[in-house]
Write a protein that binds this ligand. Structure first.
Ligand code: P6P
Length: 342
């Protein structure tokens, strides 16, 4: 396929963005370049994951004499490697690691940013060839430059993010990232190994007709959520239903679809998971940042996801995210319930 010279690569785009901020140091652009490089390498591993059985099961030694690792671990190692050896990141928090990792070397201690990520969300779907994703979140440090990053750098509210994004490994590999200036999507052109700007200035449709939830947990959801889900299935004047139900079981894929086409994704608390299943810092905050910059909304059922004050690296939360009007419909049921309870 001839490459259209008018389509910006990710690097060209981030450099163009830097020109809008003469005081920009290029550190954030560098961090995004590091993330994009790691994602290219992960993409190669994801694409051949189906072949692992030919080369040997996880934990065994494959025909190349290498230990076969879980894809989550490979992805985590890739991100940690590029960020540790870059110049923009002072430390990371990862779904795969119990604690934050502070890079604590002279260059990293002078880096402005810290990064949190879920290296491979939905990885249980790999063996059935369903789309999976990487989610990342970038904060400007609050700790003193020149010294090692601290836990406080990572436990900031989501509304303090300077950038957030995801890579979806699906029918194509796409990197979507947001800063306060907007949300942009880049599709990987494998023939030249470059991400090309394919979805400029993404806006989340204000209304949508798709709702995404695990119906298997329906009877454990709180009453307002059950009422909203039921309304989605009925044609009523206020919901405009019946809607289409789509649930991939990979949050990046479900949220990406809703970001582009409109819709709502819900992962409520359940009796088994009274604090929710999804992780606040490296799953919900970055996706909430992206969707809100694109004009959508994200809450935990009580307040904005981005306003939750984190207290722990791996804390969980309920998550409701998507098109503004669908979120407002859902909140209508929640508010009505609160009035009854109050
Ligand atoms: P359930 C994947 O494991 C994940 O963290 C999200 O990507 C996904 O939306 C959710 O869990 C699916 O969870 O309980 O419906 O299988």
């Amino acid at each position: 396929m001839a490459t259209n010279r008018n389509i910006l690569t990710l690097d060209e785009f981030t450099i163009q963005e830097m020109r809008a901020f003469p005081r920009a140091t290029g550190e954030l652009a560098g961090l995004l370049r590091d993330v994009a490089l790691a994602a290219k390498r992960i993409n190669l591993e994801v694409n051949k994951a189906g072949l692992v059985d030919i080369f040997g099961d996880e934990g065994t030694i494959n025909v190349q004499g290498e230990e076969v690792k879980k894809l989550d671990v490979i992805a985590n190692d890739q991100f940690m490697g590029v960020l540790r050896h870059g110049i923009s990141c002072a430390g990371i928090g990862s779904e795969e690691l119990d604690d934050i990792v502070i890079f604590d070397d002279p260059v990293s201690n002078n880096a402005k940013y810290v990064c949190l990520f879920d290296p491979l969300d939905g990885s249980s779907n790999i063996d059935v060839n369903v789309s999976i994703g990487t989610i990342f979140s970038v904060y400007k440090r609050v700790s003193e430059l020149g010294k090692p990053a601290t836990e406080a750098d990572f436990l900031q509210q989501g509304n303090k993010q300077v950038a957030a994004g995801y890579i979806i490994y699906g029918s194509s590999t796409m990197l979507v990232y947001a800063t306060k200036r907007g949300v942009n999507g880049f599709t990987l052109d494998q023939s030249i190994g470059e991400y090309l700007l394919s979805h400029a200035n993404i806006k989340c449709p204000e209304a949508g007709k798709m709702y995404s939830v695990n119906h298997g947990n329906f009877f454990t959801y709180e009453q307002p959520v059950k009422e909203y889900i039921t309304a989605c299935q009925k044609k009523t004047k206020d919901t405009g239903g019946p809607y289409t139900q789509r649930y991939i079981g990979s949050m990046v894929a479900d949220v990406h679809r809703n970001l582009i086409k409109g819709g709502i994704f819900m992962y409520p608390t359940t009796t088994e998971k009274p604090k929710g299943k999804l992780r606040l810092l490296y799953e919900c905050n970055p996706l909430a940042f992206i969707v809100e910059i694109a004009g959508g909304k994200a809450t935990n059922g009580v307040i904005r996801i981005l306003d939750v004050q984190p207290t722990a690296l791996h804390q969980r939360t309920a998550m409701y995210i998507g098109s503004l009007k669908m979120m407002e419909e859902l909140e209508g049921y929640m508010d009505a319930d609160q009035k009854i309870l109050s």
